[in-house]
Design a protein around this ligand. Structure first.
Ligand code: BQF
Length: 292
């Protein structure tokens, strides 16, 4: 079993991005500028946004963090989005999800200018993605494609099973791996909570993408020998011996499944690392006006 080392890849790509930024500065152009809107006090969201801001610093991007209290109104959020849409100094921005329950996520996502939607969540970007057009790819699927490319994992003709059908991971990942390209040309099965016999499907997987959101959901009896595991889960489980009282676990039982697998993305240090890097890559694309 070989570990697909997200930390190593993320470091490599950040070094590449830092070089590009140096070049941009050298020729007198403005460096890419990402803004992030963080609403409320969700502890995981705070960590994610901090990761993103820190990563901007590491590569020499500018970043702006806009923090707002949980009780912000829908109209106030839309006003911030409108302001960011119209601020020429901001190349791209994200509104960190999940949002507090009283806010309408769909309306907020629709309000973001697709040209600044570096999370790739706007339906215009999703539609362009689905048709294989130039777009901002959602960060997690883009990160997974980057892992596959950099480890030169073959996908053509492979049986890919994606477990999970979210708009930001499962659905786009399934579409991308079925496209006529590399990575792609795979035979893709999407499984979800209403799948009749999950194990029948997962046992056929050459590549299993687990995006369920439940710790250790995929167990050794559900996979075949030699499977390539792409574990998207970032689950907090209590651990009194850990510094913060919890640790991160993937959706795949690493202990049980890794001996049967040929490649495995660990949690932490796997897909999540590339998710953040993909956001930077999208921000660079936005700054260079490569899409819109
Ligand atoms: C790692 C996310 C669920 C819901 C909303 C590195 C991240 C996580 C893990 C990270 C995630 C998950 C992000 C590791 C951003 C990935 O080393 O394993 C980085 O910061 N992520 C998010 O912004 O929103 C989410 C998961």
């Amino acid at each position: 079993m070989e570990i697909l080392d997200g930390r190593k890849l993320a470091k490599e790509i950040k070094e590449e991005l830092a070089e590009v930024v140096k070049g941009m500065k050298g020729e007198g152009s403005k460096v890419p500028h990402l803004a992030a809107v963080l609403i409320g006090e969700d502890p995981a969201s705070q960590v994610y946004v901090r990761n993103k801001v820190k990563s901007c610093e590491q590569v020499g991007f500018e970043s702006t963090l806009i923090r707002k209290p949980t009780d912000i109104t829908q109209a106030e959020v839309l006003a911030i989005v409108d302001q960011l849409n119209n601020d020429p100094s901001i190349d791209g921005f994200i509104v960190q999800l999940p949002l507090p329950k009283h806010l309408n996520e769909e309306e907020i996502t629709l309000a973001i200018d697709p040209a600044k939607d570096v999370d790739g969540f706007h339906p215009v970007n999703f539609g362009r993605m689905a048709q294989g057009l130039d777009c901002y790819l959602p960060a997690t699927p883009a990160g997974i494609l980057e892992i596959i490319k950099r480890y030169e994992i073959p996908t053509e003709g492979k049986e890919v099973v994606v477990v999970g059908r979210s708009n930001i991971v499962g659905m786009p990942m399934s579409i991308l791996l079925a496209q006529k390209s590399y990575p792609g040309n795979a035979t893709v099965t999407i499984c979800h909570s209403r799948t009749a016999d999950l194990k029948t499907h997962t046992l056929k997987a050459d590549i299993l993408v687990a995006a369920i959101g439940r710790a250790d959901f995929i167990t050794a009896d559900m996979v075949k020998e030699g499977v390539i595991i792409i574990d998207v889960g970032i689950n907090r489980v209590d651990d009194p011996t850990a510094k913060r009282g919890y640790r991160l676990k993937g959706d795949v039982d690493f202990e049980g499944v890794s001996p049967k697998s040929s490649y495995f993305t660990p949690v932490p240090g796997g897909v999540g690392q590339l998710t953040v890097v993909s956001l930077l890559m999208n921000t660079l694309k936005a700054a260079r006006k490569e899409v819109y």
